[in-house]
Design a protein around this ligand. Sequence first.
Ligand code: CIZ
Ligand code: SF4
Length: 320
Amino acid sequence: EDEQAQYKSRIKQLLVEKNAALIAHYYTDPIIQALAEETGGCVADSLEMARFGNQHQAQTLIIAGVKFMGETAKVLTPEKTVVMPTLEATCSLDLGCPIKEFNEFCDQHPDRTVVVYANTSTAVKARADWIVTSSCALEIVEHLDEQGEKILWGPDRHLGNYIQKQTGADMIMWQGACIVHDEFKTKALEDMKALHPDAAILVHPESPAEIIELADSVGSTSQLIKAAQELPNQKFIVATDRGIFYKMQQLCPDKEFFEAPTAGEGATCRSCAHCPWMAMNGLKAIEEALIDAKGKEVFVDMSLREGALKSTNRMLEFSA
Ligand code: CIZ
Ligand code: SF4
């Protein structure tokens, strides 16, 4: 407790001294999210994080999240110093979509519009025509489908399948998955729902189709937070990273939130409703990054920046 308070006060001072803003994702530790709010930074999904950093006057952005979020910030504002508590924080979707193989896949389908999820490297973004996040993917694919475009989607297959079903668009998919959402289990979720029949089930569409089918509401992190506020239920079973409970509980202090079950009883899961890379963002790492950014600063290949900026800006302008 005491140690935490000391970290917090030192970080607050450093943020002022360095003219830096702390931008945190909904999946980070609640302590980090609270600190971002208290210091005039932001807590958001990846789309809002990108927009916030782009518009903020701070010279340095501290991105508490995973690597692609830092890269997006650098692509949008190369004149700023973009720092992460650790550059080791990556994402299974990014790791599972190497540029060489993705380029080959795209080359095999030159007639298709390439739409990629934000959880990818700058190189993959540079290859894409459009970037989307889960909060705007449905609308963007709908728009492209109306224009008669055929789509090559990557890298999350669950999100891609969900969007394909919703829009009826002609889509082929890269077969990536998020290790956190991929672990939610249908049978265990049904059992939990039987225990709490009045609970609403909230599901992020990176989850498998059988989990999405059980949902009362499907959406991005910011959409699920909204659903928790707007649905009349008092209880919620939530299938996404448990970091989201910070914001849900803050906005709905009288409601009850339960983690959707991951692996069955006695079994082990790799991630258990919490992203191991998001978890790397701690107070100590943030303080160190503010004192000395060496080895923690994000750089992107400037030859890729232009392409990535174009596809990212399309998303920002579409969803403005
Ligand atoms: O699962 C993720 O990494 C999400 C939800 C990212 C985002 O778009 O905020
Ligand atoms: Fe990637 Fe999944 Fe972690 Fe999000 S929760 S950063 S999609 S591994």
